[in-house]
Design a protein around this ligand. Structure first.
Ligand code: SF4
Length: 225
């Protein structure tokens, strides 16, 4: 039976979301964050760098970056121009260097050099909004406090009919709030990692490859040519 975005009750949408999750697990297994990192600070910085860039691009820059600057203290006292050069290829390098340095200074001053594991403290760091905080909390600290809504999750939530209060696929806060009502809390982090994978490999911005899609039967936007 075709899925309709409009006729569905919240309970039906929750059940459909569980079926989508089950298909994602079968297709992608234990998929994880694509940004390379070995501690919370590296993940935080890689996530700041990933804005308006690709994970592949960020992963090219971070090995040298993390060899040069090994702690929040190192970033806090870094020469700003040298830091800008080090992150240049990820784009918006001045703003990103400023955010990284500002965040690391606060981490040094207020959190004894450790990235905080609380949403309210993370979003106080310069350059860190809810999305970045969710990545760190979910991926490193294993805390499902929210759902990461990047460009892929926003687009797929719309196509899959899992967001209803936002008319705008860029309104990440509304989309996150809708998703939190239908995705089981224990799966919040996994859901965004898997959807990001699916958005890169199958349901891309340029083309939805519905005939190859494991979510086909649970998607109201499915089109078979
Ligand atoms: S069925 Fe098509 S539109 Fe729906 S998620 Fe899959 S590829 Fe995207």
């Amino acid at each position: 039976m075709a899925v309709s975005k409009t006729d569905e009750s919240l309970a039906e949408r929750k059940r459909r979301t569980r079926r989508i999750l089950s298909s994602l697990r079968k297709t992608y297994g234990d998929v994880d964050c694509a940004l390379h990192h070995s501690n919370a600070l590296e993940l935080l910085i890689a996530t700041i760098l990933s804005a308006q860039s690709t994970d592949v691009n960020v992963n090219k820059v971070t090995p040298d970056l993390f060899r040069t600057y090994r702690s929040a203290a190192d970033f806090a006292v870094a020469d700003r121009e040298a830091l800008e050069q080090a992150v240049h290829s990820t784009g918006f390098f001045r703003q990103k260097a400023k955010s990284i340095q500002g965040a690391c200074r606060l981490i040094e001053e207020q959190h004894a050099g450790e990235v905080p594991a609380r949403m309210d403290q993370l979003v106080e760091l310069p350059g860190v909004a809810r999305k970045t905080a969710n990545v760190v909390l979910g991926t490193w600290y294993g805390r499902n406090e929210g759902i990461v809504v990047d460009t892929h999750v926003g687009r797929l939530s719309e196509r899959l009919g899992l967001t209803w209060s936002s008319k705008d696929a860029k309104d990440a806060v509304k989309i996150e709030s809708d998703l939190m009502q239908v995705v089981p809390k224990a799966s919040w982090t996994y859901f965004s990692h898997a959807l990001i994978h699916h958005g890169r490999q199958v349901c891309t911005a340029r083309k939805a490859r519905c005939s190859e899609c494991s979510l086909l039967r649970n998607c109201p936007s499915a089109k078979l040519e």
